[in-house]
Design a protein around this ligand. Structure first.
Ligand code: XIL
Length: 590
């Protein structure tokens, strides 16, 4: 218990109330408070406890404080629980007014004003500042004065109590069923201790939590338990124009950059709308180690540094892939090849340690086979089984090349998240095969997640019903995300884009090409609808998705238009003029 006696002169406040045409003269309030704290004084008892939730979910680390007694503060625990009491705040304070101590009561729709106050004037103003009721004391009339509050419509009013130069302003809140008189001091200085009849708010709890709107909750007593306070997530999203910031509470949104886009006209979009990055080609084997032992990091370093400088997360793509890997790598014995994997993985990951947080360690190692042992590609008609791709890695080293790559990666940077990355995970059979070896990697603690490429199409195949895109539905993608997550794996969408073409006809069939330079309204709408439904699903599964990355920034620079067919495509959220498309609006509309 603290012992403290003192006289406190609060700062002088002045109030100006606008009332219709008149400006009420500003009144000065000098608050003279005699503060007495001693052992025998009736202590201000504060004991408030409850739970803070976001809907049904507890909110941890929300800060709860009392507006009038900010020394009383607590932080919610993992269950959203808080408790504020004298022991939490550590102080006992009793404020007694040195002159008078009287109580204004709200009773029904009347305000009872004690006789001791009859030298004061009480006025009621509506929200527009117009004085609508006035209580003028009748000095020689005994008993309480009464101000009639009947007939007030719901809303906020101001009540002023004034005696000579002393004035006090309080809010009167009127709802359909109740009235509250709110204060900013438990015992105001003019001697008026106002308490509402039963529901009067004597104070407010202030709740702040990262990602949520600040909330004020009126409390009618300092002793309450089982308070349930529901916080609403910050709705800055409603006006948020940046894609990355809009998804701040869901997952980072990334874009693949190339040696130009990270610093040319695309860079402004990249920095404004994305908070994660990946190099489209510049960290592939042929770029980083074109000839044995000759590591070339300059280009990738420049790009990664640009991303990191802009506060972005960087994914590393890719350590071991059958493509864009020079021939020399596969020469010699199995042991030589595995040693090259170890050397490459170790050197590359050490180079980017601390700047690249997740790596695609192995990419695209699984395909479907027909009866003749050939890759079935798009058409699943002749499919008989899924298996490891018959790549040169596989030919020389079998699945050891995969395990060896992950083992070297884990050793090179134990803090990095390690991923297996592939396309068409929505095909059950392909996913089952992937899971069969991913589980074994997991048992050895060599893997943290799977990357789902998600090179999607504007619609599923309509003509060739054996084409793999038939399975490319929101439902199936959701299933793949949930199945991988259920294994305890992180899930990243790593290479998202949506081609305007379906996959059931050959890309070389020029009669089916879209020839417009700008995407017409019909395609814009179709694309927007498809992006919308995928992003709705991504948001629903935000607890299972740790990253969503687009394979490019704008349609003027997309690998889909650079395919050997030369067919132009429009797969991203920004068009060839770097303007947001309808698809962008659809993704931002929630
Ligand atoms: C692509 C690049 O976008 C092209 O520029 C390059 O010519 C070929 O590779 N799956 C992957 C990516 O994992 O590395 C591929 O990137 C696209 C398909």
């Amino acid at each position: 218990m603290q012992y403290f006696t003192g006289e406190t002169l609060h700062p002088v406040h002045s109030f100006k109330l606008r009332c219709g045409m008149n400006l009420i003269t500003s009144c000065c309030v000098a608050m003279l408070v005699h503060t007495v704290v001693h052992a025998s004084a009736p202590a201000l008892q504060i004991a408030l406890s409850g739970t803070v939730t976001d809907g049904n979910d507890p909110v941890e680390n929300a800060i709860i404080s009392l507006v009038n007694n900010p020394l009383f503060i607590d932080t919610t625990d993992a269950d959203g629980a808080f408790s504020i009491s004298n022991s939490t705040g550590g102080i006992d304070v009793t404020r007694r007014n040195s002159r008078r101590d009287c109580t204004v009561r709200l009773s029904g729709n009347r305000m009872k004003i004690p006789i001791a106050m009859t030298n004061e004037k009480v006025s009621l103003y509506n929200a527009g500042g117009r004085c609508i009721r006035r209580y003028a004391p009748e000095k020689d009339r005994p008993g309480s004065g009464i101000m009639d509050l009947s007939g007030l419509s719901s809303g906020v009013y101001l009540v002023t109590f004034s005696a000579g130069r002393l004035s006090l302003v309080r809010k009167l809140m009127v709802t359909a069923t109740e009235m509250y008189l709110t204060g900013t001091d438990a015992v105001p200085s003019t001697g008026i201790r106002q308490r509402g009849w039963s529901q009067a708010a004597v104070d407010q709890l202030k709740i702040t939590g990262a990602g949520f709107n600040d909330t004020l909750v009126d409390i009618s007593s300092y002793r309450m338990d089982d308070l349930l306070i529901v916080l609403t997530p910050i709705d800055s999203t409603a006006t948020e124009t940046s894609l990355g910031r809009k998804y701040a509470n869901y997952f980072p949104v990334g874009a693949a950059i190339d040696g130009d886009s990270y610093r040319d006209a695309h860079a402004a979009i990249w920095k404004e709308h994305f908070n994660a990055a990946v190099c489209e080609n510049e960290m592939k084997w042929e770029s980083l180690q074109p000839t044995e032992g000759n590591f070339q990091f300059d280009q990738a370093n420049a790009m990664v540094n640009a991303a990191v400088t802009n506060g972005m997360l960087v994914r590393g793509h890719v350590l071991v892939w059958y493509n864009q890997t020079p021939d020399w790598v596969y020469q010699g014995s199995k042991e030589q090849v595995l040693q090259r994997i170890r050397t490459h993985v170790t050197r590359v990951m050490q180079e980017f340690k601390g700047r690249v947080y997740a790596w695609d360690v192995v990419n695209e190692a699984v395909i479907g086979y027909d009866a003749a042992g050939q890759d079935v590609g798009e058409d699943l008609g002749p499919l008989v089984r899924w298996g490891y791709r018959n790549s040169r890695w596989q030919q020389v080293a079998g699945e050891d090349h995969i395990f060896e790559a992950f083992r070297a990666a884990r050793a090179a940077d134990p803090d990095a998240k390690l991923f297996y990355n592939d396309y068409w995970n929505y095909l059950d059979g392909k996913r089952e095969f992937i899971i069969s070896f991913v589980k074994r990697l997991q048992e050895q603690n060599l893997i943290d997640g799977v990357g789902l490429q998600c090179h999607l199409n504007i619609s599923t195949a309509q003509e060739k019903m054996t084409n793999q895109t038939v399975y490319q539905t929101v439902e199936n993608l959701e299933k793949e995300i949930q199945e991988y997550a259920a294994l305890g794996l992180d899930v990243h969408i790593t290479e998202l884009d949506i081609s305007i073409y379906t996959r059931d006809y050959a890309s070389s069939d020029q009669s089916r090409w879209y020839t417009g330079y700008d995407l017409n309204e019909e395609y814009q709408d179709k694309m927007a609808a498809r992006y919308r439904e995928f992003f709705e699903m991504f948001r629903r599964n935000a607890d299972k998705l740790q990253n969503v990355t687009f394979w490019g920034i704008a349609d003027d620079n997309t690998w889909l238009s650079e395919l050997s067919s030369g067919r132009p495509d429009h797969p991203l959220l920004f068009d060839k003029h770097l303007q947001p498309k309808k698809a962008f609006d659809a993704v931002m509309d929630f």
